[in-house]
Design a protein. Structure first.
Length: 228
C-alpha cells in the first residue's frame, strides 16, 4: 500500500514539475513577443538635425570640395566650374518620384540688383524630367516691408516635399536662426566676399562665407557655393 502511495506521489510531482516548466516557457515567449501595434506603426525619416537618413549623410560627404579662395568672376561662370557641382539627386540615386511636390525657390534682391537662378535651374539641375514649381522671392519689395523667408517657407512647403533653394547669405542666416532652413534639401549659397579694402553692402570676409557653409552642412543641408 505504501509503494502504491509513493508511486502516485512521484507521478504527481513529475506532473507538477512539467506544468511549471510549460508555464514558465509560455510566459517567456509572451514577454519576448513583439508588439503588433508597434510593428504596424509607419517608419518616417526626418530631415531634421540628428535625424538625417544615413544615405543623405553619406551624400553630404561626397559633395564637391569648398573653394578656399573665391574664384575670379570669369571662372565662376565657366563650364569647368559648373561641372564641379555634385547634385543631391545624383549622389543619392534619387529618381525624385516619391515626393508629393518638388519646389525650386530663388531668393534674393530684385532682378536689377541680383541675378536670377531660375534659368540656370532649368538648364543645369537634374530634375529627372519631373515638374518643379518655381518661385522667385524678392525679399526687399519696392515700397513694402521685407519678406521673412522663415515665415514664407513654413507657410508654403512641407517637410516631406523636395525643396531646392538659391539664396543669399543674409536670408540663409535668418532661416538658420529660426531653424526653417531644415525644410530645405539642397541649397545654393550666394555669399559675396569683400574685395579690396572698400566695404560694400551685402558683402563679408570670405572666411565668414566658409563658416556659414560649414554650419549648413552640420544642419544636414546639401549646400553648394553659388558664383552665378
Amino acid at each position: 500500500m505504501r509503494k502504491v502511495f509513493s508511486h502516485r506521489m512521484m507521478l504527481l510531482a513529475l506532473f507538477l514539475a512539467s506544468f511549471t516548466l510549460i508555464s514558465s516557457t509560455s510566459t517567456e515567449q509572451q514577454e519576448t513577443k513583439p508588439d503588433p501595434l508597434a510593428m504596424n506603426k509607419p517608419f518616417t525619416q526626418r530631415k531634421l538635425l540628428g535625424y538625417v537618413p544615413e544615405a543623405k549623410k553619406a551624400a553630404l560627404q561626397n559633395l564637391e570640395d569648398v573653394l578656399l579662395e573665391p574664384p575670379r568672376a570669369a571662372s565662376g561662370k565657366s563650364r569647368v566650374y559648373l561641372k564641379r557641382t555634385k547634385y543631391l539627386p545624383d549622389l543619392m540615386g534619387d529618381s525624385l518620384e516619391s515626393y508629393p511636390r518638388r519646389v525650386f525657390i530663388d531668393v534674393g534682391l530684385p532682378q536689377k540688383d541680383g541675378g536670377s537662378g531660375t534659368d540656370w535651374f532649368k538648364k543645369r539641375y537634374p530634375t529627372r524630367n519631373k515638374n518643379f514649381e518655381m518661385y522667385k522671392i524678392e525679399t526687399v519689395a519696392e515700397g513694402g516691408p521685407q519678406i521673412e523667408m522663415s515665415d514664407w517657407l513654413r507657410k508654403n512647403v512641407k517637410e516631406e516635399e523636395y525643396v531646392v533653394m538659391k539664396a543669399e547669405a543674409e536670408e540663409v542666416e535668418e532661416m538658420m536662426r529660426s531653424k526653417a532652413i531644415r525644410l530645405v534639401d539642397e541649397l545654393f549659397l550666394e555669399c559675396k566676399p569683400q574685395q579690396g579694402s572698400m566695404k560694400r553692402k551685402n558683402r563679408r570676409a570670405y572666411w565668414e562665407c566658409l563658416a556659414l557653409y560649414g554650419k549648413l552642412r552640420d544642419e544636414g543641408v546639401a549646400v553648394h557655393q553659388w558664383w552665378g
